[in-house]
Structure formats: C-alpha cells, structure tokens
Design a binder for this molecule. Sequence first.
Ligand code: FE2
Length: 241
Amino acid sequence: MQFSDIHIHAICGVDDGAKNEEDMFAIVDAAYADGTRLMCVTPHFNPGMFGEHSRRTKENYEILRAYVSEKYPDMELMLGNELRYASGCRNWIYDGVCNTMGGTKYILLEFSFTETSEKIIRGVESMFNSGFIPIIAHVERYSKLSIAQIRELREKGALMQVDSMSLLRDFGFKEWMRSKKLLAERLADFVSSDAHDTGSRPPELSPCYEYVKKKFGERYANAVFYENAYELFGSQKEREV
Ligand SMILES: [Fe+2]
C-alpha cells in the first residue's frame, strides 16, 4: 500500500519535531519504508511558541529535498506549514514566510485544542475570505467543535485531517471516539501521521491503515490514506494558486 502524509514535522531545527539532520532523515526513511510516497512536510508556524523560522525552514527543506531525490526518487516531497491561526495570519502567507501546501491555495490550519467553536469557525471563514482553502489539522482534537459544526465547515469547502494516533487511541478516549465518528460519517478527508520523531510519534501509517480498512472499508481507507491527497497535490495536478 502507498500512503500520502500531509501533516508531518520532519524538517529539523524549526519546531518540536526533528531536532537535527539525522532525525530528519530517519523520519523520512521510516515513512518511506512504511509506504509513504507523497509527503508534505509541515513545520509549525506559530511565532509565539516556536519563533519565526521561515528562512531556516526553506534551507533545511532544500537539504531534505536533495536527500529524497537521491535516495527515494519515487517519493514526492512538498513543503507546507501547520499554521496556528491568529488574527492577521494571512499576511504571513502573503509575505511568503508561511507556506501553503506545496504552493497551492490549501493551508494546513490549526487552533488551540481548547479554542471555542465560534473562534474556529470565524478563523476558517477568514481564511476563505483571504483566498485560501483550510485543511483543519487534527480536527478531532478540538473538543468544543461539534461533529455537526465540522460537517457544516466541510460543506462550505474546508477539508478535514485526522491524526492516525487518535484513531489508534494514543491521544485518549475522547479523541479516539471523535476520530472514529468522523470516519464513520465520512467527514475525514485525510489521515496523516503528524509525526514528530521515530519513537513516540512515528511516521508509520500502515497500522492505522489496516485498522481503518477493517473498520470502515478498503475504499474509504485508500481515499483518506492516499488518493485524496494525491488528487489534490500529486504531480499531475497544477499547483499554482
Ligand atoms: Fe502537527
């Protein structure tokens, strides 16, 4: 099975993911060995917590790109960010310091896990108004956002990303139940690793793929683990905004 992973903290030295080049390469090695063939690396873009590392992100991405093109020529690699929503954050994208998903109009957008549903909805709408399509990162982890509200946001065009570790119950019972509900109702568009290392938050997607295939069917598993991302970001598609 081939996988697409559109939420992964493999770029080193810019957030709480890979610490150094060795870590960065190890995460990608493990992902490739597990079957990942399309990867959008998404360091946190949250200047209040991690600082503003756009230059180092681009430099280390180039190092990773050279590594992948030599070692894994059949892997497609793209650069994005996991943007923590903040008032005026669209300017970070306009200014070119925060990256959309591989240069498309799609942006991986996260909020505080305790954020109110009203603020999440307003944030998503403001991204639409700024010309971007939000992919809501680990949507199952916002406890104040109801399943009905997620459905409404999706009907408006937002896309939903679920963490594989939520589906495997690694983030707790509530996240496990909510992630299962989202898949049962076909509200998830992508399941991604949100990997930070090769230990406690690893990039392997195959255990979760097997679980989802058994519980929700092979067709939907293939869509959320590979096809949806490939259709949006694969090389056969135009990437321009
Ligand atoms: Fe993340």
